[in-house]
Structure formats: structure tokens, C-alpha cells
Design a binder for this molecule. Structure first.
Ligand SMILES: C[S@@+](CC[C@H](N)C(=O)[O-])C[C@H]1O[C@@H](n2cnc3c(N)ncnc32)[C@H](O)[C@@H]1O
Length: 266
């Protein structure tokens, strides 16, 4: 029986890869091009076209209402996947001054370049070669000297939906340090993560927590105080926290810089 299981799983993966290469990579809903279902991340609900588009639109609206997103904004989307946020921004706001999406997953970046960047040149996507045991197992491990390929103080909004939910704390710290470098003085970071009180600092695939987690980094759950400490150490400040309302029970967090950089007092 065990032998059969060990053959079936790799076989399933090969068949999924073959299907992924042969099947159409997009679907059209109204006038909007969406990634084909098999390319989308997230739970089963994201396989529904209407749900996927509505979630993209509401993420864009969230940034409008809570982070001041406008046509003049400069936005960084870390772990952009197959472009859910930029699809929503284009639908709700239109072309904006600068949008940059980065991800470690080459197929997703390929899709975004082909279907978004091609027709919206201010929206650009870049593959970064960072190891993630789930999404890019052969990438380079992050070190403290890692830099995202952008200038200091260049972004109004940095956005990560369901990305720290798949990263261990050492990597999260390096990224938070980078956000502190990249964020403009009045800028905001929005992110989601699994955050709880009264639990160990960080646990990968915690048993008996919300659902059954399978495979590397499927769920990384943080202790809220520990996570807030990482934020503080990076020179950022937790400005708003909304518990458990996001995908699979993640919480929403808004960060700003600890101190607004400005002219020094005499
Ligand atoms: C659950 S998906 C979310 C995708 C997208 N943010 C969304 O909400 O539709 C997680 C994404 O994070 C990306 N990711 C994982 N580790 C990363 C890292 N270290 N840097 C950038 N992206 C990463 C994955 O490749 C994947 O695209």
C-alpha cells in the first residue's frame, strides 16, 4: 500500500505539470483576462472566476480606502502570484504611476509578463531567485545582505497577501528590513499572516489549527507579540491589526515607519 502511495503522488505531479503546459493559461470574464484556474493560488473558492475577480477588486479597493492608492501611487506587490492585485487595480483604478510585482515562482511571473505587462507598461514583474521550500525549492537561501532590486524610499505602498503565511521568521525579518528601506516616509505596508496570542513564536503546519496543512510551509503561524517584535526590530510600526478575517483565517496588518523622516529640529 505504501509503495502504491509513493508512486501515485509523483505521477500526479507529472500529470499536473503536463496538463499545465498544454492547457490554455487564461480565461476571460467579461472583458477581463484572468489566469486559468489551475494556475491560481489559494483555496477552492479562488477557482471560481467571479470570486477571483471580486477578490481582486476588493483588494484594490482596500488599498484605495486604507492606503491612499491612486493613479499617482508607486506600489510594490511582494509575492504577486498570478497578478490578482494588479488585475484588481487595473479594473478599479486603471493604470497607475508604477506597479512592481516580484515573486519566486517563475510560472506566475511568466503569466503576469505575458498578460499584464505586455499591455500595461507601468506594471512590471520580476522573478527573484529566493528559496522557498514550497514555491521555489531550488532558489538561493536568503541572507542578511539580500536586497530587493529597488531604490531606497521608493514605494508608497508595499503589499503582501498570503506570503508571510509561507515564510519562516528569519526570512520574514530580512523582508521587513527591506520594507523599511524601500518605504517612503508616509508609506504603508499591508500584509496578511497567521497571528495568534498564547502560541509558540513560529510553527510550520501547526496541528489542529484551523485546517489540515500538508507539504512544506503550507502554513506558518506566528505569535502576535513575537511578530510585532520583528516589525519593531525592522524600524516599522504596527498601525492597525484586524484579527482572522482574511483567507483561511489570516489576520490583516498595516505597518508604517516608526518615525517620519523630516527636517531635524535645531
Ligand atoms: C498563496 S500565494 C499568494 C499570491 C498573491 N499574493 C495572491 O494573493 O493572490 C503566495 C505567493 O508568495 C510567493 N512567495 C513565496 N515566498 C516568497 C518570497 N520569499 N518572496 C516573494 N514571493 C514569495 C509564492 O511564489 C506565491 O506566489
Amino acid at each position: 500500500m505504501e509503495g502504491r502511495v509513493s508512486v501515485i503522488q509523483p505521477l500526479r505531479r507529472v500529470l499536473a505539470d503536463v496538463y499545465g503546459e498544454l492547457a490554455p493559461d487564461r480565461t476571460i470574464l467579461g472583458t477581463t483576462v484572468l489566469p486559468a484556474k489551475h494556475l491560481r493560488f489559494g483555496g477552492k473558492e479562488f477557482k471560481n472566476d467571479d470570486f477571483f475577480l471580486a477578490s481582486a477588486q476588493s483588494e484594490a479597493q482596500r488599498l484605495v480606502r486604507r492606503c491612499g492608492l491612486s493613479k499617482a501611487s508607486v506600489v510594490l506587490d511582494v509575492g504577486c502570484g498570478v497578478g490578482r492585485l494588479p488585475i484588481g487595480i487595473l479594473d478599479q483604478v486603471g493604470d497607475i504611476r508604477v506597479y512592481r510585482g516580484v515573486d519566486v515562482h517563475s510560472k506566475s511571473i511568466r503569466w503576469c509578463k505575458l498578460h499584464i505587462e505586455g499591455s500595461h507598461p507601468s506594471f512590471q514583474f520580476r522573478l527573484i531567485d529566493v528559496k522557498n521550500r514550497c514555491y521555489n525549492p531550488d532558489g538561493s537561501p536568503l541572507s542578511d545582505s539580500f536586497r530587493l532590486p529597488f531604490d531606497d524610499s521608493s514605494f508608497d505602498i508595499i503589499y503582501l497577501y498570503s506570503v508571510f503565511s509561507h515564510m519562516m521568521p528569519d526570512d520574514v525579518s530580512v523582508y521587513l528590513g527591506e520594507f523599511s528601506r524601500l518605504l517612503r516616509p508616509e508609506g504603508k505596508v499591508f500584509l496578511t499572516a497567521f497571528l495568534e496570542e498564547g502560541v509558540p513564536d513560529a510553527v510550520e503546519n501547526p496541528p489542529d489549527y484551523r485546517m489540515k496543512w500538508n507539504g512544506p510551509l503550507h502554513c506558518v503561524r506566528f505569535n502576535l507579540s513575537f511578530f510585532t517584535g520583528l516589525v519593531r526590530d525592522a524600524g516599522l510600526r504596527l498601525s492597525e491589526f484586524e484579527y482572522g478575517q482574511e483567507t483561511d483565517g489570516q489576520s490583516a496588518i498595516y505597518l508604517s515607519r516608526t518615525a517620519v523622516v523630516g527636517p531635524t529640529q535645531p
